[in-house]
Write a protein that binds this ligand. Structure first.
Ligand SMILES: [Zn+2]
Length: 263
């Protein structure tokens, strides 16, 4: 319902990533899958989640006499295991173990390098063939039989920078060391509590806004998006304020809003 109310196209959803099996992170899934079926979805859906979710999905469907109109490609995350778990032509996703009350993974979404764009004038000037263009767009230089060399860097526009988004929830604040996680364009980090409940945060394996900001600093993230707020707080601007004292580019995530990955 919320997805439809926001005018987001459900067909665009190709994969669903579930960090861990606490109810607030997956109880809604079965309703969503049912709605996909009611709308006649046929496109395969990938679900990346802890392995216990798979039997739960199919048991729930069975006892409610429901079925899906599409195939599910289930990919299980392994406790404490890190590695690439999903890949398309445009991006790769790496699962990164974090520390919560139960097994939990954060996800790093990294764009693949964009194919280079060839200057139009260069196509005519060098009478480039299709295979030559494919090669040059990949950054590979062309050596013709007549001895002529065409350098990719001479005929292509500079490569667009790739973008990285790191989703990190639910977890205690961690000093992650994996180099790939540094310098991300956008870090989403949970901040269930403010510093007024720092002990409760530790006890429940969650983070405060300030701790999330410390993680953003440690990872040299360009921007921080805070989320997963405890229902006890009514004024979300307090989260932003607390985080901004340590990391200026902090923002709270409001349901239904869109946030750009690049600054
Ligand atoms: Zn949790």
């Amino acid at each position: 319902m919320r997805i439809r109310q926001m005018g987001f196209k459900m067909q665009k959803i190709e994969a669903i990533f579930i960090s861990h099996l606490h109810g607030d992170h997956f109880f809604g899934l079965i309703g969503l899958l049912s709605t996909f079926s009611l709308l006649g979805r046929t496109k395969e859906l990938s679900i990346i989640a802890p392995k216990d979710l798979e039997p739960w999905i199919f048991q729930t469907l069975r006892i409610s006499d429901s079925y899906l109109t599409f195939q599910v490609q289930f990919v299980a995350t392994e406790k404490n295991q890190s590695g690439t778990i999903y890949e398309t032509d445009f991006l790769t996703v790496k699962a990164v173990p974090v520390k919560h009350r139960i097994a939990c993974h954060a996800f790093l979404f990294s764009e693949k390098p964009h194919p280079l764009k060839i200057h139009k004038s260069a196509i005519e000037e060098h009478q480039l063939g299709i295979e030559e263009m494919v090669q040059l767009k990949r950054g590979i230089d062309v050596f013709r039989e007549n001895g002529k060399t065409i350098l990719s860097v001479d005929v292509c526009e500079p490569a667009l920078p790739i973008r990285k988004y790191f989703f990190c929830s639910d977890t205690v604040p961690l000093k992650l060391e994996d180099e790939e996680l540094f310098d991300v364009d956008l870090l989403y980090h949970e901040s269930t509590f403010l510093e007024d409940h720092v002990e409760r945060a530790a006890h429940t394996f969650h983070s405060t806004a300030r701790q999330a900001a410390d993680v953003a600093n440690h990872l040299r993230a360009k921007k921080l998006l805070l989320g997963h707020f405890s229902a006890r707080y009514h004024d979300l601007s307090l989260f932003e304020k607390e985080a901004q004292e340590v990391f200026a580019q902090s923002q709270v995530a409001i349901e239904g809003s869109t946030y750009s990955i690049k600054l």
